[in-house]
Design a binder for this molecule. Structure first.
Ligand code: FUC
Length: 799
């Protein structure tokens, strides 16, 4: 039965292809019924967590839905359930266990003498084995097991990202069964509802289980399964409670901690979980989670399913609905795994391929909303979803690209609020990072290296090609300043961003050394992630410090801290900017011309200046940008999922929309699992987020202080519209375009002041109208740029 249905779907895609081919030149309408554009769906249950389960989340809580018929498996997470850190044997924050006076100077001297030094030698001098690092861990699995295994028809498992609802539906014995799942940020719980088209048909036993790396007790009382214990590794206390609420039928608490429901009309499940983790250094412990978890489940269980659901969708849609993208997509009514397969076939109609592209773009926004909400840790390498006790790369916070990439779409795709967990977390790195800066470097300020955990691991380990990256904090500081640029929130700049930027600047004042080659200030030792030799002044090191100093000087000036603005500008003047064109026309990755044109390493670190930095732009620095293009071309179109995602952004910044789109195609064809999670491999969520950011970057850019409209539009998206993208300066942008040229641009100004826009539209005749007054407004024009004097809250429509 199932096999036949799948064959039918593949046939459906083939028919669409044939229809489109026979209509060459005409808009690609197929005879197929259209599917829901914002829904992922499948005609069979998931058997593999990584590639098939469907994620829901509310930031702190995550759940992966399998959708099995006889046994439903709901793997769940709580973001703070980590092994490692205080309590874990040998935990040392990555700080040197004994002082190493002169160790960094010895490495610097050898670099000065020999130019290149092997990472293995440096790791021997400056690294040490990891202890107590730990891993993000699964919390457990809820299983709902039916007494019989029914024969089912019309099976469908889905995730509606427009409403953040997962679902399972099927028919058995003439009855239609429905399950619905969501993770509510409004009520801080995960909710499930099981119902049927006829009364008395819902029967199952609910259990909660977890791996054996912890002590655990599971009890059932009044339909509530309380599961609690401590992790063996670090003693972290955890507790989850699952309330089973039946409408009709019977409910029994079993002695083994399970709950059985028989012959109910419908059942609502409410799940909450927590730990005694706290972000506070050095203990990282708060009170027992029992009371908070109890209160959350009690409060939610008192509400009706309908009111829980409407509070959730209202909360979610307030964020999600801000952005709409239409590039002429048409979603066919085929399962998403078949859609992904069809995408690889160039004969699949363009409108179908666009449907996947738009779904994938919005899915990145869904995943960010679902894994980064107030009051918890930021999205990690797997967002909030993890079925392992020892996850790939610990599902940690890698800060030599990955955590930063997670947050690239936050501002541009109008989800600014999702950055709060990032800033709370980075702020929490300051106390341990201050210790590391003082002990390891003797510097002011604070530092964090290549990767870190919720337990303030700000020191080092000894993997030679990935242990040394003191620039990470400065890169993270970029997000603070960008948050200010996008929101113009002066209080945030003063109270949150500037203190972080200022103290990081002091770290770098103390850390920079004079390069004996030319007297410029350089970072040494310096290592371009995650390959090549140690040297002095690798391009990425210099560009990141340039970015920090430039942003800090601007911030200091804006806040009236004249003395510090002058001090940081003094350093900036002497800083090697890390921009050099080498022998084959490439932008050099190192200060010396060592680049190998055959090197296709996934990190393209020396292009930081192009993206996410703003040090070079095609408009201002055509020669350097051309060199960046040469480097990027040599690196090729392959790489891990996240590497391809970065390349979408790079090509957009190079104003090459077609190559940017090609990278999106590569990602969807070769680095995307059937549940549309990005795969490194394995699953790593940064590629999802990086790609969503890249799509926004094709449509609107603003890093040079001008709103660039459709800077890198691919030919494939020749006609379309977008609503709700954000530009720096607190501007919200809507664009309609036809054959690659904007026909209407609406700019909503959050603040008063000059607003400069660049577009091809200004090459012809046009008007600017204030939407509120209906009147034409004056503007200054300079080539293809215009500037209007915007009033706060007004929308300016150009057409
Ligand atoms: C970076 C990358 C790896 C991987 C890891 C989690 O260090 O170089 O490819 O993505 O993070």
């Amino acid at each position: 039965m199932r096999v036949q249905r799948r064959a039918a779907h593949v046939l459906a895609v083939a028919v669409m292809t044939a229809t489109a081919l026979s209509m060459a030149g005409a808009p690609a309408h197929s005879a197929q019924p259209s599917g829901k554009p914002m829904t992922l769906w499948y005609d069979e249950p998931a058997t593999d967590w990584e590639s098939q389960s469907l994620p829901v989340g509310n930031g702190a809580l995550g759940m992966a839905v399998f959708g099995g018929v006889q046994t439903e498996q709901l793997q769940f997470n709580e973001k703070t359930l980590w092994t490692g850190g205080p309590g874990s044997p040998g935990y040392d924050f990555g700080n040197w266990r004994a002082p190493r006076p002169g160790a960094i100077a010895e490495v610097q001297d050898r670099i000065d003498a020999e130019q290149q030094v092997a990472p293995e030698w440096v790791a021997g001098k400056l690294g040490q084995p990891k202890t107590g690092y730990g891993s993000y861990s699964t919390f457990g699995d809820v299983r709902l097991t039916q007494p019989q295994n029914p024969t089912v028809a019309n099976y469908r498992r889905s995730l509606d990202i427009g409403r953040a609802l997962a679902g399972v539906t099927y028919t058995a014995g003439g009855v239609t069964f429905n399950r619905e799942y969501f993770a509510s940020a409004a009520d801080d719980v995960i909710v499930a509802r099981l119902s049927a088209s006829r009364p008395g048909r819902i029967s199952f036993t609910a259990s909660v289980t977890a791996p054996d790396d912890r002590s655990k007790t599971t009890t059932a009382r009044n339909g509530r399964i309380t599961f609690a214990g401590n992790l063996n590794d670090n003693g972290l206390r955890f507790e989850s409670q699952l309330q089973v609420r039946n409408d009709g039928g019977t409910r029994t608490d079993n002695g083994d901690g399970t709950v059985t429901v028989a012959n109910a009309d419908a059942v609502t499940l409410v799940l909450a979980a927590g730990t005694n983790y706290s972000t506070a250094y050095p203990a990282y412990r708060a009170i027992d989670p029992h009371t908070a978890v109890t209160n959350r489940v009690n409060a939610a269980a008192r509400k009706s399913y309908r009111s829980l659901r409407s509070a959730h969708t209202a909360d979610y849609q307030r964020l999600f609905n801000r952005v709409a993208l239409d590039v002429g997509q048409r979603m066919p009514d085929v399962p998403t795994d078949d859609l992904l397969l069809a995408y690889r076939d160039p004969n699949t109609p363009a409108a179908t391929r666009k449907a996947l592209e738009v779904l994938y773009f919005q899915y990145g926004r869904y995943l960010l909303i679902s894994s980064s909400r107030d009051g918890s840790l930021p999205a990690n390498l797997q967002g909030v979803w993890n079925t392992y006790t020892s996850a790939p790369w610990s599902a940690d916070y890698h800060v030599n690209i990955n955590l930063q990439m997670n947050y690239w779409p936050a501002e541009t795709t109008n989800l600014s609020e999702t950055t709060r967990p990032l800033f709370d977390y980075v702020d929490s790195l300051v106390p341990p990072g201050t210790e590391t800066a003082r002990e390891m470097f003797g510097n002011r300020g604070w530092v964090v290296h290549n990767e870190t955990t919720p337990f303030g691991f700000t020191g080092v380990h000894d993997w030679p090609t990935a242990f040394w990256f003191p620039e990470a904090g400065a890169w993270l500081a970029q997000h603070y300043y960008e948050h200010y640029l996008f929101t113009r929130d002066a209080a945030f700049l003063r109270e949150r961003a500037y203190p972080v930027m200022r103290s990081l600047s002091q770290f770098w004042f103390d850390e920079l050394v004079e390069d004996p080659r030319d007297g410029k200030l350089v970072v040494s030792p310096s290592f371009s992630p995650e390959h090549g030799p140690f040297s002095a002044g690798a391009s990425m090191s210099q560009q990141i410090v340039w970015d920090l100093f430039t942003n800090t000087a601007e911030a200091a000036t804006a806040l009236g801290d004249k003395a510090f603005a002058a001090e940081v500008r003094g350093y900036l003047d002497r800083l090697d900017p890390g921009l050099r064109v080498g022998g084959w026309g490439q932008l050099q990755e190192w200060k010396a011309d060592w680049d190998d044109p055959n090197n296709d390493h996934r990190h393209v670190s020396h292009l930081f200046a192009l993206h996410p930095g703003r040090q070079i732009t095609p408009q201002e620095d055509p020669a350097l940008v051309e060199a960046a293009r040469v480097s990027l071309t040599a690196r090729g179109d392959g790489g891990t999922g996240w590497s391809k995602a970065w390349k979408i952004n790079f090509w957009a910044r190079l104003l090459d929309g077609n190559h940017s789109h090609l990278m999106l195609t590569e990602l969807l064809r070769n680095s995307t699992l059937t549940n549309l999670w990005d795969t490194h491999p394995p699953f790593q969520i940064d590629g999802n987020f990086g790609a969503t950011a890249g799509v926004a970057e094709m449509l609107v850019q603003s890093h040079r202080g001008v709103v660039d409209v459709l800077p890198a539009l691919p030919d494939f998206w020749a006609t379309g519209s977008v609503e709700g993208l954000r530009a720096r300066g607190d501007v919200t942008v809507d664009i309609d375009w036809v054959n690659g040229v904007p026909t209407r641009i609406a700019l909503e100004a959050g603040r008063a002041g000059p607003l400069t826009v660049s577009s091809e539209l200004f090459d012809g005749s046009f008007t600017v109208v204030d939407k509120r007054t209906g009147k034409r407004v004056p503007f200054q024009r300079d080539g293809s740029e215009i500037t209007v004097d915007a009033a706060a809250g007004h929308t300016y429509v150009v057409r």
